[in-house]
Write a protein that binds this ligand. Structure first.
Ligand SMILES: Nc1ncnc2c1ncn2[C@@H]1O[C@H](COP(=O)(O)OP(=O)(O)O)[C@@H](O)[C@H]1O
Ligand SMILES: [Mg+2]
Length: 269
């Protein structure tokens, strides 16, 4: 083959390579944009889920207050809850938006017990009304290194799931937390319906839910039966962002335990 024709061929191949590279770069840019859009989509769905958790008790309180307009104490309680949950909703927005950016909010060393108590305050539900006893085995001096708002949201989802799993028969919810060598271990156990073996690997998946039917469950708690399948996905995202782990152990008909580990603060000298 003549030298000129070899050179021409090489030039043509080189031109094709450059073109291919440009196409690849453009595709990569598209991918980044698509990923950002997908993140935005799942963040929006998560925000809706969390805000719904905060709004539902308010709707119930407001409806009850409207039925008893002369009950001043109930009206006051409703307003106090409204103010509190609205403040919390603002914090949830901040936290979820930081999660969407793959961060987890600023981590601080905080006592765990007040946060666990805040979860129950925030839910505004009397668990005993559903025949559920709550046992908190969390010592007052136990501290965790975490983003308070994110961790509280994760715990709230686990508590709500445990409650929904025990309705209508009631049962026991236990939250146990202790320090271990690497950080903190938190176990949230219920004696509810449990999870089928075939579903265990899917419970942390986004949009996986088995709550399709509406279940009546008392005058101030009617969210059971309206699953979105985002609660555990959010929990996993929060715990992953903390460098921790979340696992599940369950026995159908007996109950479920979620175990969280959170690493301790590493002090760099
Ligand atoms: N404590 C629990 N007991 C029994 N099943 C549970 C429990 N927690 C989660 N699940 C199962 O995992 C699924 C996903 O939970 P989640 O992501 O919180 O979504 P949702 O509560 O909206 O269905 C639930 O629909 C349920 O089947
Ligand atoms: Mg849930």
């Amino acid at each position: 083959m003549a030298l000129t024709s070899i050179i021409a061929k090489r030039k043509a191949v080189h031109g094709q390579l450059v073109q291919q590279q440009r196409r690849n770069e453009a595709l990569e840019k598209d991918m980044v944009q698509l990923e950002a859009l997908a993140n935005l989509g799942s963040a929006t769905a998560m925000i809706a889920h969390e805000i719904n958790n905060l709004l539902t008790p308010l709707t119930n309180y407001a409806e009850l207050s409207l039925k008893h307009t002369d009950d001043r104490e109930l009206a006051e309680r409703t307003l106090r809850r409204t103010a509190k949950n609205c403040r919390q909703a603002g914090k949830v927005m901040e936290s979820i938006l930081s999660l969407a950016k793959a961060g987890c909010g600023e981590k601080v060393v905080i006592p765990l017990l007040p946060m666990v108590n805040a979860v129950f305050d925030c839910l505004c539900r009397d668990f005993t009304k559903d025949g559920i006893t709550v046992e908190l085995l969390v010592s007052a001096d136990l501290q965790v290194y975490a983003s308070p708002v994110s961790l509280q949201q994760a715990m709230m989802n686990l508590v709500l799931n445990a409650r929904e799993a025990m309705i209508p028969h009631g049962g026991k919810l236990t939250i146990l937390a202790q320090a271990d060598n690497d950080g903190t271990l938190i176990k949230i156990s219920d004696t509810g319906c449990g999870i089928e073996q075939s579903e265990m690997s899917r419970v942390f998946d986004t949009f996986f839910t088995t709550k399709h039917k509406k279940i009546a469950c008392g005058e101030l708690g009617r969210t059971a039966g309206s699953g979105t399948g985002l609660g555990l996905a959010l929990c996993k995202k929060v715990i992953d962002a903390h460098g921790g782990t979340i696992t599940v152990d369950s026995h159908p008909g007996k109950g479920t335990t979620f175990t969280i580990t959170l690493p301790k603060k590493i002090i760099v000298r």
